[in-house]
Design a protein around this ligand. Structure first.
Ligand SMILES: NC(=O)c1ccc[n+]([C@@H]2O[C@H](COP(=O)([O-])OP(=O)(O)OC[C@H]3O[C@@H](n4cnc5c(N)ncnc54)[C@H](OP(=O)(O)O)[C@@H]3O)[C@@H](O)[C@H]2O)c1
Length: 329
């Protein structure tokens, strides 16, 4: 059992704990919050672990193996640094780090200290995504005409968007996810999901650019990115400020591969030109983090450096593309 500590007490931490407990591979050992009562509520709910209010004290605990970090994006760096310096594996929520300098420093420290730093990109760990990957690989080889590209879309009206608009008008209090000081914004928060898919499937683009509509505080709200490859383009729409039902599509000859939800990757369909479904594939999951907690546990328990290196290379490549897209704004 991997002894798990957590940082951050919003719903996403509870979802990770639930999946971790369901897997039988993790044991909730510490729950950290700046407010000890919030930590205790989670300990009570999951019937395991000890509440603690200091990150510095938690990382020093000897009965702790790995820390799941779900603090605001801009704090991931200091939290992951404390974890790895104390020889604890760090599972860092996406986007793991705000820039390449932070990414490089933490990954070098992790290597020196013999631990892993894993960016928690849950969607590429799902069984349905693994099928999508083999299907695209197959289609790339079987296609008759050149592959021209794909449209990947995500528009998810944030539960914090109303608060953001209110904050701009009234007291200036801006939720972290729309706050540049906390490395917020649509690209970092959800654009990263389609970017992960594009870079995992097709590698780093030769060139990338992004058109952005910004909010009054300069945060990116409505983005259209183009990733240019040799002979094809991947277009990515992402926004935390609109409600969209657009799915995502990959085009091969006279068929398309449709992905209903690029953040969950729970269903894929192959649709022919006559609009008939040729394939419909979906693995129902109870908790969207079920597959990642198992994958990360197996990596840690098996000291699987090869799988770890693949994931970290992908994580850095994605951040390189994000950096280029940000520079374009
Ligand atoms: N994989 C997914 O599906 C998914 C979904 C949602 C979010 N996320 C990621 O999870 C992370 C957290 O997102 P979130 O929306 O939960 O963020 P959040 O609500 O802004 O903050 C998360 C937690 O961090 C702590 N915190 C907040 N502000 C802080 C501050 N100024 N200093 C220190 N601690 C602070 C709070 O815990 P305490 O008050 O208890 O200390 C809070 O519960 C982000 O990286 C986000 O991208 C991932």
């Amino acid at each position: 059992m991997i002894k798990l500590g957590t940082i951050g007490t919003s719903w996403i931490t509870e979802q990770y704990i639930e999946a971790a407990q369901n897997s039988g591979k993790w044991e909730l050992t510490y729950v950290q919050s700046r407010n000890i009562n919030k930590a205790q509520t989670i300990v009570d709910k999951f019937g395991s672990g000890t509440a603690i209010d200091s990150v510095e004290e938690m990382v020093e605990k000897s009965d702790l193996t790995a820390i799941y970090i779900a603090s605001p994006n801009s704090l991931h760096f200091e939290h992951a640094k404390l974890a790895v310096l104390n020889k604890k594996h760090a599972i860092v929520e996406k986007p793991s780090f705000s820039n390449l300098a932070e990414w490089d420093e933490i990954n070098a420290l992790a290597k020196e200290n013999g631990v892993y730093v894993i960016e928690a990109a849950r969607h590429i760990q799902t069984k349905t995504y693994k099928h999508l990957k083999s299907l695209i690989d197959y289609k790339q080889n079987a296609k008759q005409y050149p592959f021209l590209g794909a449209n990947l879309n995500i528009g998810q009206y944030s539960s914090k968007y109303d608060q953001y608009q209110q904050g701009l008008k009234e007291d200036g209090s801006i939720p972290n996810v729309f706050n540049p000081d906390f490395a917020g914004g649509s690209l970092y928060d959800i654009g990263i999901y389609p970017l992960y898919v594009a870079v995992d499937l097709f590698g780093k683009p030769q060139k990338s650019m992004m058109n952005v509509v910004k909010g009054a505080n300069d945060i990116d709200l409505f983005n259209h990115a183009i990733l240019e490859y040799d002979g094809f383009n991947i277009s990515i729409f992402n926004s935390k400020a609109v409600h969209s039902v657009l799915h995502s599509e990959f085009y091969f000859d006279n068929e398309l591969i449709k992905v209903n939800n690029i953040t969950d990757i729970d269903t894929i369909e192959v649709i022919s030109k006559s609009d008939s479904k040729v394939l419909d594939l979906s693995y129902p999951v109870e908790n969207p983090m079920d597959d990642e907690v198992v994958a990360f546990a197996e990596m840690i328990n098996g000291n699987n450096d090869a799988a770890y290196n693949d994931l970290t290379t992908l994580s850095r490549d994605v951040l390189e593309v994000i950096t280029e897209l940000k520079e374009e704004q």
